[in-house]
Design a protein around this ligand. Sequence first.
Ligand code: 9WN
Length: 439
Amino acid sequence: LDRPAPTAAAPLTVRRGAARVLIDNWTGTSTVPSRTLYPHQWSWDSAFIAIGLRHLSVRRAQQELESLLSAQWADGRIPHIVFNSAVPDDAYFPSPDFWRSSTAGRAAGAPAGPETSGIVQPPVHALAAWLVHRADPEESRRRGFLTRVVPRLAAWHDYLLDRRDLGGAGLAAAVHPWEPGMDNSPCWDRALRRVVPAAPEAFQRADLDHGHPADRPTDLDYGRYVRLVTDYRDTGYDDRALRHAFAVEDPCFNALLIVSERALAAMAEETGADSTAHTARADALTQHLVTRLWDERAGLFRVRDLATDTLVEEQGVTGLIPLIVPYLPRHIVSRLVETLTGPHFHAPATRLVPSYALTGHAFDAQRYWRGPAWFNTAWLIHLGLRTHGREQEAERLRRGFLEEAAHSDFAEYIDPITGAARGARHFSWTAALTLDLLC
Ligand code: 9WN
């Protein structure tokens, strides 16, 4: 690709640009992922955003996480969206009147306010809290940050490992394609085919007011997303009452749970509490992850479809993210790096990682999680490479990340082959993680 080489002044300009995005997307208590497409607070977005915000303002990073945690349900779940009541209902679908958390979710302990969704997203939060604490431990202690957030984070993990161990084998299950945060990944196609879509007239999408149809999930996808939420809502979001039509064990989701359990152990030690239960949990989860999801032949982790109790034959970026897990068997680390740098995931021009194998039958360079490269997954893989001492590969990815983030005006995602920007621009986690990789 014929692109101008970055100049020496670039890091400062990029830093300013990224900071501007976060300042513009700040609402006063938290940060919206995008002013246009996502005008509320999202769960895993806030965790990634806090990781970047700590370089601008530790106080703001703490507030980002604490505003999310204040919408936690009594059963421990952290909802994937916390709605801003000042935003009109038709700005985003599904809106509060669809989720009805404060009424339908009452038995499960949804707050009386604010309104939230009833599903969850990957547990990056304890990792984020630990990184925010480490950015300024003295300020954190002075404000009692860990004392407030640790019990909430522990309850969140308890929810996932108790109510969501639907496979009964010690891993947490996702019950909606929005939960692993990779909405229309081909990894869910097989399980989703069993879901009868809601009638098109039962809902009205708002995403196409701001996003291009070729970049977004299809109407058929949305019909199924709506059906799954409606069924969950109608049981009062009760994981024990409903036999979920969609239930998968996702590698990225569980890898983040492991890293976050280790972060909880570190935070417990920091506050003088006992850390052994968290360490033991992380060890057990690591073992289950390998036993349940590792595919030696393919050299990556697979999604397990709990309806058939089989691994899904698709190669998604989710299968590479367990690289973030410390103490992973060495040969698994080597195989993961081989897969990352091999024909399925190696995108030489952008150096980022496609969300789905370049060689896969469903690869689409434009459509959301069916091929485009995302910045949060690149950040996680960078963390994984650093965790396992793969400095050269990590540095290559870091440079690719920073160049593409700047070129794309902090896009939501990019075409992994050409680098063309896709989805929203001035996207918060792209800007936040840029700040983190610049530091
Ligand atoms: C549904 C906010 C979220 C991200 C997800 C991403 C997208 C929502 C949507 O946007 O999902 O939760 O409406 O498409 O897939 O990862 O958290 O940025």
